[in-house]
Write a protein of this length. Sequence first.
Length: 280
Amino acid sequence: MTLALPRPAVTLPVGGFADRRHLRRLGLRKPVPFARLLGVVLLLVAWAGAVEFGLLDERKLSAPWTVVHTGWDLFRAGTLVENVGASLNRSLLGLAIGIAVGTALALIAGLSRLGESLVDGPLQVKRAVPSLGLIPLLILWLGIGETFKVVVIALGVIVTMYMQFHAALVAIDKRFVELAEVQGVSRPDFIRRVVIPGSLPGFFLGLRLSVTNSWLLLIVVESVNAIDGLGKMMSSAQNYGQADVILVGLVIYGIFGLSSDAGIRLLERKVLSWRRTIAN
């Protein structure tokens, strides 16, 4: 036998509504502008303090003020501007080629079974072979000129961009596919209104990783018989024991990396303003 228990009486206030329960927020707090620089500032303070109190040997790790002074001298002499321009030219050209080719291959493989059969296998093989491992063969084919350096950067970016964007394309929820089929949506409209918007987070992730990868590969290729560039400047400084010049190059790489990543984050936030996540 089932007993019906009486429900407790709820006394409503005069206005007719019960008091709203206080919700405990579990997500991240509102982002603070430039908060990501806090860790960088603390690192610089620790670095300066360690040099000031003699915990670090300035011959091996120059003080921050020494690095700034050396960078200013290199800038006034024109050496820094020339090397930065050469490095930017190589990195941006290889990055542009890699992003364009990687995105096109991801679209071919992600939107067609035939394309996936033709493209995905070779790209997976390339992913298993590090780009740096191809340097001896590429030198044999292309020599050690600018073409070789740009191709190495582009190959690394192609794989990174393809893997992230292709994974996002094939990860579209099948329920969206079924809903579009029921609604009679054409394939071009389905790709334009469902697949592409749904895969944009993966595209931007691939873009950020590709930019980081291009800077990493740039350092390597500029150490292979280069006549200019930040990598060449740092290699020459190593031969003469100039730690301050090496640190200037590292600071420039860091500035480029942080600024490019911040730019992509800003663009992603604008393009994906409709997406609500724990981060925004």
